[in-house]
Design a protein around this ligand. Sequence first.
Ligand code: FES
Ligand SMILES: [Fe+2]
Length: 416
Amino acid sequence: MNKPRDYGDLARVDRTHVSLYTDPEVFHDEMERIFYRSWVYVAHDSEIPNPGDYKTTFIGLVPVIVSRDLAGKVHVLVNRCTHRGSTVCPTEKGNANSFVCPYHGWEFAPDGRLVTVGLPKGYNEGEIDIPKLGLREAAKIDSYRGIIFASLLEVPDITLEQKLSGIRPVIDLYMDLSPVGEVVVGQSGVYKHPYHGNWKIQTEGSVEGYHAIFTHQTALDVMARKMGAFLRGFQNSGLKGRDVGYGNNVLEVYKLTDEQVHQRWPKHYIDMLKEAHGEQRAMDALRNRFNLVIFPNFAILEYQFRVIRPIAPDFTEVRIYHTTLKGAPPDINLKRVREHEFFYGPASFGGPDDYAAFDRIQEGFKAQMVPWVHLNRGYLSEQTDAQGQRIGDLTQETQQRAPYYEYRRLMARAEG
Ligand code: FES
Ligand SMILES: [Fe+2]
């Protein structure tokens, strides 16, 4: 048997080893130790609002169904027939009274119970134990402001409340862009972008403040012309990257002055938010734009939920769901769609360039004689605030280092 890997040595505080992005055994360990035994994003409430609604997704490699049962309770069910293994739900989204396996007709309720089997008389007494053959269910499910997380095999060693403790204020700001404090996710469908690279390249890349003026030069020029000069001045912008704990992190993308808020958003929307949340809170929500990562597989960028689906060490699918602000005026939601399309759509000026860069990074990783990926920009000047959060400047790499504190913790924990 091979010696267990020392993940503390491979994922150092200021650099990561290339094998973390390329080695199938590392990928296997990540699935077992991170994806199957800790909090992983699965869905948003608004995707399954009614009894019988479901969506299918993945926890790591495992296909799951996020389903709302007929009493309204959410379940995360393993999409694997307990007879001989077929998935029981082939579609991505819908409403169903039951999931029927295509192979021998076993039928499962939206809460996972096995209801009936095909041709039941062929089973002799003692051959089948119906109550024990329901779909396997995630060990733990919890949610915050409609964002649903699950842990597949074990109750995680921290509660979701702990896991989100540092990032809750930022999620709250995001939700309060809606006058009722809620978003609707994926109303216009989902945009899937596969890339030939490791999943952590996207985790790091969702909060990348250094690359934008190089990778997105054209998009930024156009945006500066359309949206004004506040996008300029990256190096001394005063914007920060923040490690908010448990692998989660935030990148401030811009902070508007009150005057810029009024240039950017129409008065009727600003007034509506002030009415709903109070002046201070409304302005805080409108002023701040940020990207955030909830480790390991979830990010929020201004107009989207972004879900990272690892498929192989060098292959990942990203699912991008546009978010609509519940209760906001239609012109505001339309403006959000247009700006989202501009930067992140399939034929846009922004997102596709990132994926081209990710492919090239993985290609470069084939040069294994160059072993380290450097994440040390700003490491020596990094500050820690009163809450113990690490802070660096926008273009530094505090936020990219953040996931690896949790990575080391989870990867080491299972070795004992
Ligand atoms: S494999 Fe599902 S019913 Fe047989
Ligand atoms: Fe980018």
